[in-house]
Design a binder for this molecule. Structure first.
Ligand code: ATP
Length: 962
C-alpha cells in the first residue's frame, strides 16, 4: 500500500479551513465532520453522491479518476469531486488501495422530512483493517485490525512476575472474532506475522517494537494514546468480557484489547459496543506450532513467488465448499496444533470422512449452499443486514438438518463392518461431537421463513419485504391498497358507461396522482362532479371526490404498509440478533466440518496417508516415499523420497543445482505442518513427532520480498534460529552464507551447523553447495550426509531427484546455466574458466598434504574419480552414479550410526581425497584444526605479515600436538 500525502487531504481541507467563517451551512457541516476525522478523507453525502471539496476533491478526482468540477454558492467557488453512492464500492476500494482511510458522512435524516439542512453524521470510517462491506472484502478471508501495546512492570496486575513487554489484540470487524495474546517482543512480533492484520495501530509505548510497513503488509499508524490508557481500556472492555482485569493476566494485553475495540467502534460510527464481538479469545502463542513469517513465506503456505500465485499449500488443501471453511482452513494452517490428542482427533475425523465417500460428498453438497454466517451475523448485529441477508441465513439454516442426517449416515455407508452395523452416530468422537454442535436453530429458521418474502428486494424501506400472513395489520393495509387499486382499474369502464365518452381514460403520474382524461372534443360531456386537475394540449385531466378519496386511501395504506414492514423487519432482525452467539457457534461447527471434509477429499484425491503421531520426546521424523504436495502437482513424474531424521540430527544435503534439495527439505517440513494441521500427508507412510517450532532460512535470492533480500536479512533470520531453536524444532537451512564472499559464507555455514548440532539439538536439514560441510558427518555424532545426484550422457544432464546417503560430487552449475538458455559463448567460456580454475587448483594443491578438503572423494556413493573443489567441481563428471533400490530401502531400515559406519567416508575425518589425488595418509597426520585454518586461508586477501603470523600459529599448534 502506497503512503499518500495525508497532510493535505485528510481532515479539514485547507481551502475549506480558509473560508471557514463564511461557509454555507452545508459546507460548514462538511467542515465539522472533516475536523472531527483528521486521519480520514471525508466523503459527504449530497443526494445520490458522496462529494469531497477543495484539496480533498483534487485527491478524489486524481485517485478515483473522476471529473473535478466546481461548486459555486453565495460564498465562493470550491473544487468538488464525487462518486455515485450506489456504485461506491470500486471507488472506495481504490482509495483504500491508495492508502486512505475514508469517513462516510451520510445523511441520517430523510431529506424530505428535514426542515432546513439535512442532518449528516459519519456512519462509518472505512480502513483497510475494519472494512465490513462484502464488496470490499474477499470472500472466505479474515481481515484483522490489530493493536500493539507495551506493558510496564509497575502496572502489573494480578501476579508477581514481571510484565511481558508486548500485548497484541486483533479483531475481525466483519465477523466479530477477537484474539488477544501477550509475551516477549520476539514472540509477539512473530505472532503478528502470523495474524497478518491488514492494519496495525500502535500504542504510544509500543511504537519502538512495531515492525514498519516495509516488513509486513499491514498499514501501521499510531492511534489515540488515550485509548491505550489502562483505565479507558478496562472500561471499554467491560461490555465485551466480564471483569476484564481478571480475564487478562497482563496489562499489555488488556490495553491492546481495549484500544483495538475502541478503534473498531470508532470506525463503525461510534455507536457503542459491537455486540457481535462476543468471542474475545485470549491465547498463548505456544499453543500452536510456531511458524513465523519467514517460514510461511519460504514454505509457500499462502503465497508462491516462483510458480503461479495459486500454487501454494493452501491452494492444494482448499477443497472447502463455503467461505466459512475457507477462512477456517487458513486459520488452521497458520496455527497448526501441538497437542497430540487434538491432532489425532482431527486425523480420526479426516480418516472417517475419507473412508465414507457418500457422506463426504453429501456434506460437500450441503455446505456448498451455506452462506458466510460469520459476516452475516455481523451485519445482523450491527443493524446493517437487509432482507436478502436474512433469506441467506435461512437458506443456510435450512440445510442443517439434512447435513446432520448425512453426518449420521456417515456410519452406514462405510465399507467396513463397524460402519455397516447401522449405528446412526458417526464413528469417531470428533464427528459425533461436531454433529452435536450443529444447532438447527429451528425457531429462527421458521421466523425468517414466516416473516421474510422468498425473494425480497434489497431496499428494506420500500416494501415487499414481509410475507403476507405474517402480520394482520400489514395484511389489512395491503388489502386496502389492493382494493383501491382494483376500484381504480375498473373506473375507466364505469366512467365511459356513465359519460358515454369512449375515449375517456384513467391514468396516474407520480406528481399529479390519479386522473380521468377527456379529449377537448368531448369536454361538453364532462359531468359536474369532475374537478379539473391539469390542462394538456388536446385534453383535460380531472378527478372526482371519490377518486381523490380512494387515492388517499391507496397512498396512505401503501405508505403505512411500507413503514410497518420496515418496523416488522427490524423486529425480526433484532430477534435474530439475540441469537448471535448460537449462530456464531453454528458457523464455527460448519467451518470445522467443511475443513475436515476438504482435508479428507484432498487425502483421497492425492493419495495421502494418515501419519502416525508420536509424543515420544526422542522420536525423529520418518517418512517413506514422501512427496512435495505442491510440486507433485506440476511435475509429471515426481520422484518420492524417504526421510529418516533422528531427533537432533543434522542432515547436510549436497547435490547439483536443480537436483531437488530445496524441494526435499520443504516436503519434510510440509509433512510436519500438514500432520499437525490435522491433514494426512503425501507419503506412503510417516511417523512424526509433535514439534513446537519450525524455522527456515532459505538462500537470499530464494526469498526476495519487496526488495528486502539482503545478506543482513539472511543473517538476522539465522540469528533468530540460533537463539530460539531447540530439540522441539525443525530447522531448514538452505544455502546459508550464500549471500556473501565464499570464505566468509563457508565459515558462517560451518559454524552455524556446528552450533545447531552441538548447542541446540534441533532436527535440521542443511542444503549447501559448500562441500566442506560434508565433513561434519565425520566429526559430529548426529550429523550425516545426504545427496542428490545427476547423470550426464552425451553432454545432457539428467536429474534423478532421488536422495541417497553420502555427499555429492558435482554441481553441474554450467550445465544448469546451459539448460536455462544462457548463450553458447558464455557457456563455453565458463567451461574454459572452470578448466583453468581446476588446473590452477590442481597445481596449487599439488603435493600439498592439506589440499584434500573435499568430501566428494570420500563419498561412498560417488563414482567420481575427479577432484572437485568448491568452485571447480562443475566439471567433475559423475558418470551415472547407480542409485539402487536396495540402498533406498536400507535408508529407512538402518540406524543412522550403523549406516554411517558402513560408509567409509563418514568414519574417517581425514579420508577426504585431495584434489590433486594425494594419498589420504598424508593428510591423516594433519590435525583437523590446522587443516581448517589452512583451508580457509584466503591467500588473495592475506598480507605477508598475516601469512607469517598464521604460519607461526600453525607451527605452535603442531608443536603442541606433538
Ligand atoms: N522429487 C522430485 N521429483 C521430480 N522433480 C523434482 C523433484 N524434486 C525437485 N524436482 C524439480 O526439480 C527442480 C529443482 O528443484 P530444487 O529447487 O529443489 O533444486 P535444488 O537442488 O534446491 O536447486 P538449487 O541448488 O539450484 O537451489 C524443481 O523445479 C522441481 O520441479
Amino acid at each position: 500500500m502506497s503512503t499518500p500525502d495525508r497532510e493535505t487531504v485528510t481532515g479539514l481541507p485547507p481551502g475549506i479551513a480558509a473560508a471557514r467563517e463564511e461557509l454555507t451551512p452545508m459546507l460548514s457541516q462538511y467542515a465539522d465532520l472533516c475536523a472531527a476525522h483528521e486521519d480520514a478523507l471525508v466523503l459527504f453525502q449530497v443526494g445520490d453522491f458522496y462529494e469531497a471539496f477543495c484539496e480533498a476533491a483534487e485527491t478524489v478526482a486524481r485517485v478515483c479518476e473522476v471529473t473535478l468540477t466546481e461548486r459555486t454558492d453565495s460564498t465562493g467557488e470550491y473544487p468538488m469531486a464525487g462518486i455515485p453512492i450506489d456504485n461506491a464500492a470500486p471507488y472506495l476500494d481504490t482509495l483504500l488501495d491508495a492508502g486512505y482511510r475514508v469517513a462516510l458522512g451520510d445523511q441520517v435524516e430523510d431529506a424530505e422530512q428535514a426542515s432546513g439542512l439535512v442532518d449528516r453524521a459519519v456512519t462509518e470510517v472505512i480502513t483497510p483493517g475494519t472494512v465490513v462491506e462484502d464488496d470490499l472484502l474477499e470472500s472466505g478471508t479474515t481481515n484483522y485490525v490489530a493493536a500493539l501495546a507495551s506493558g510496564s512492570a509497575e502496572e502489573t496486575t494480578s501476579h508477581d512476575e514481571p510484565d511481558p513487554t508486548l500485548g497484541l489484540a486483533a479483531v475481525d470487524v466483519s465477523t466479530g472474532e477477537c484474539l488477544v495474546t501477550a509475551g516477549d517482543p520476539d514472540t509477539v512480533i512473530g505472532e503478528l506475522d502470523r495474524v497478518a492484520p491488514a492494519e496495525l495501530i500502535v500504542g504510544p509505548d509500543a511504537a519502538a517494537f512495531a515492525p514498519s510497513d516495509a516488513a509486513g503488509n499491514w498499514e501501521r499508524h499510531e492511534y489515540d494514546p488515550e485509548a491505550f490508557d489502562r483505565r479507558a481500556a478496562r472500561d471499554r472492555l467491560e461490555p465485551y468480557v466480564s471483569a476484564p482485569e481478571r480475564r487478562f493476566e497482563y496489562d499489555a494485553e488488556l490495553r491492546a484489547a481495549g484500544a483495538v475495540l475502541a478503534y473498531a467502534e470508532y470506525t463503525q460510527g461510534d455507536d457503542g459496543p459491537l455486540e457481535y464481538v462476543s468471542r474475545v479469545r485470549r491465547y498463548d502463542p505456544r499453543d500452536g506450532l510456531r511458524l513465523d513469517a519467514a517460514a510461511q513465506r519460504s514454505l509457500e503456505l499462502f503465497e508462491n513467488r516462483g510458480l503461479g500465485a495459486s500454487d501454494t499449500l493452501f491452494d492444494v488443501l482448499n477443497e472447502t465448499n463455503c467461505a466459512l471453511g475457507r477462512r477456517r482452513l487458513e486459520r488452521w494452517l497458520r496455527r497448526p496444533l501441538v497437542d497430540a490428542d487434538a491432532i489425532r482427533s482431527r486425523h480420526d475425523a479426516v480418516g472417517e470422512l475419507a473412508d465414507r465417500t457418500l457422506a463426504r460428498e453429501g456434506i460437500a453438497d450441503a455446505l456448498s449452499t451455506a452462506y458466510d454466517l460469520e459476516r452475516l451475523i455481523g451485519r445482523v448485529s450491527r443493524g446493517r443486514a437487509d432482507a436478502r441477508d436474512l433469506r441467506s441465513l435461512h437458506a443456510t439454516l435450512d440445510m442443517v438438518p439434512e447435513l446432520k442426517a448425512t453426518l449420521s449416515e456417515a456410519a452406514t455407508d462405510a465399507t467396513d463392518t463397524a460402519g455397516a452395523s447401522g449405528n446412526s452416530l458417526p464413528r469417531t468422537d470428533h464427528l459425533t461431537n461436531l454433529r452435536d454442535r450443529l444447532d438447527e436453530l429451528g425457531e429462527i429458521r421458521e421466523l425468517i421463513d414466516d416473516a421474510i418474502a422468498a425473494d425480497p428486494p434489497q431496499e428494506i424501506t420500500d416494501g415487499g419485504v414481509i410475507r403476507d400472513g405474517f402480520d394482520r395489520d400489514l395484511d389489512e393495509l395491503r388489502a386496502t391498497e389492493r382494493e383501491g387499486r382494483e376500484w381504480v382499474a375498473e373506473l375507466e369502464a364505469s366512467e365511459r358507461d356513465r359519460t358515454g365518452i369512449d375515449s375517456l381514460s384513467v391514468g396516474h403520474t407520480q406528481v399529479h396522482g390519479y386522473y380521468i382524461e377527456v379529449t377537448d372534443a368531448n369536454l361538453d360531456r364532462v359531468p359536474d362532479d369532475y374537478h379539473r386537475r391539469q390542462t394538456l394540449k388536446n385534453s383535460e385531466r380531472y378527478y372526482t371526490p371519490e377518486l381523490k378519496e380512494r387515492e388517499e386511501e391507496i397512498l396512505g395504506a401503501a405508505e403505512r404498509a411500507d413503514a410497518l414492514e420496515y418496523e416488522l423487519f427490524v423486529e425480526v432482525r433484532d430477534r435474530v440478533a439475540e441469537e448471535t452467539e448460537r449462530i456464531q457457534a453454528l458457523a464455527d461447527a460448519l467451518a470445522d466440518l467443511d475443513v475436515l471434509a476438504s482435508l479428507a477429499a484432498v487425502a483421497v484425491a492425492n493419495d495421502y496417508v494418515r501419519p502416525e503421531v508420536t509424543e515420544d520426546p526422542d522420536a525423529g521424523i520418518r517418512i517413506e516415499g514422501g512427496r512435495h504436495p505442491v510440486v507433485e502437482r506440476t511435475e509429471d513424474a515426481f520422484v518420492p523420497n524417504d526421510a529418516d531424521l533422528p531427533r537432533g540430527s543434522v542432515a547436510v544435503i549436497t547435490g547439483p543445482n536443480m537436483s531437488g534439495k530445496s524441494t526435499y527439505m520443504r516436503q519434510v517440513a510440509l509433512a510436519v505442518v500438514l500432520a499437525q494441521t490435522g491433514s494426512f500427508v503425501p507419503a506412503q507412510a510417516a511417523r512424526l513427532p509433535v514439534l513446537s517450532r519450525l524455522f527456515t532460512r532459505v538462500g537470499a535470492s530464494d526469498d526476495i520480498a519487496g526488495g528486502q533480500s539482503t545478506f543482513m536479512r539472511e543473517m538476522s533470520e539465522l540469528t533468530e534460529i540460533l537463539h530460539d531453536a531447540g530439540s522441539d524444532s525443525l530447522v531448514l537451512l538452505d544455502e546459508v552464507g550464500r549471500g556473501t564472499a565464499t570464505t566468509d559464507g563457508r565459515a558462517i555455514a560451518r559454524a552455524a551447523a556446528e552450533f545447531v548440532h552441538d548447542e541446540l539439538g534441533a532436527t535440521t536439514l542443511f542444503a549447501t553447495h559448500y562441500h566442506e560441510l560434508t565433513d561434519l558427518a565425520a566429526e559430529r555424532e548426529r550429523a550425516f550426509n545426504l545427496h542428490f545426484s545427476a547423470t550426464r550422457e552425451d553432454g545432457d544432464v539428467t536429474f534423478l531427484h532421488r536422495v541417497v546417503r553420502g555427499a555429492s560430487s558435482s554441481s553441474y552449475g554450467v550445465e544448469v546455466a546451459e539448460l536455462a538458455g544462457v548463450p553458447a559463448p558464455v557457456v563455453d567460456r565458463s567451461r574454459e574458466l572452470v578448466a583453468v580454475d581446476e588446473g590452477e587448483s590442481d597445481s596449487a594443491a599439488g603435493g600439498s598434504a592439506v589440499g584434500g578438503d573435499d568430501a566428494d572423494s570420500t563419498d561412498a556413493d560417488s563414482h567420481d574419480d575427479d577432484a572437485p573443489g568448491d568452485v571447480d567441481d562443475a566439471l567433475g563428471v559423475d558418470d551415472a552414479p547407480d542409485v539402487d533400490d536396495a540402498s533406498l530401502r536400507e535408508f529407512l531400515t538402518e540406524e543412522t550410526e550403523g549406516d554411517e559406519r558402513a560408509d567409509p567416508s563418514l568414519t574417517d575425518a581425514s579420508g577426504g581425497g585431495s584434489s590433486a589425488g594425494d594419498s589420504p595418509e598424508s593428510t591423516a597426520d594433519i590435525p583437523p584444526d590446522v587443516a581448517t585454518i589452512l583451508r580457509d586461508l584466503d591467500l588473495a586477501r592475506t598480507t605477508p605479515m598475516e601469512a607469517l603470523n598464521t604460519l607461526s600459529d600453525l607451527q605452535d599448534r603442531l608443536a603442541h600436538d606433538d
